[in-house]
Design a protein. Structure first.
Length: 110
């Protein structure tokens, strides 16, 4: 899988709209930031697994479930998506721009 694979990416605006419209209830929202970042702000019903601890916590994830992965700005989540894909999690989607960009759209109406 390459970062250019659009099947495994979603823009912040599209993700925010789906989240706001409750169209992601079937999926897992995986936050790979650090606990201190999580305490400041996080999405409801998301699962926190910091990137550095992801390899030893794979058993918490269902490889058959769609997983939207995000971080603060979209860098760590790219690493997480690539790692998960190589481990057999083929329904992983990186949220481009991370929460920094997503949060800009969550309060808007479009």
């Amino acid at each position: 899988m390459t970062e250019k694979d659009s099947k495994h990416r979603i823009g912040a605006h599209s993700f925010a709209k789906k989240y706001r419209d409750k169209m992601l209830n079937h999926a897992l929202l995986l936050d790979v930031r650090e606990p201190k970042e999580w305490e400041i702000y996080h999405l409801e019903d998301a699962l926190l697994i910091p990137l550095q601890t992801l390899p030893e916590q794979l058993d918490r994830l269902d490889p058959k479930r769609k997983i939207y992965v995000y971080c603060a700005h979209g860098v760590r989540s790219v690493y997480a998506v690539n790692f998960l894909y190589t481990c057999g999690y083929h329904q992983v989607v990186n949220v481009d721009g991370g929460l920094a960009e997503v949060s800009l759209y969550l309060d808007s109406s479009d």
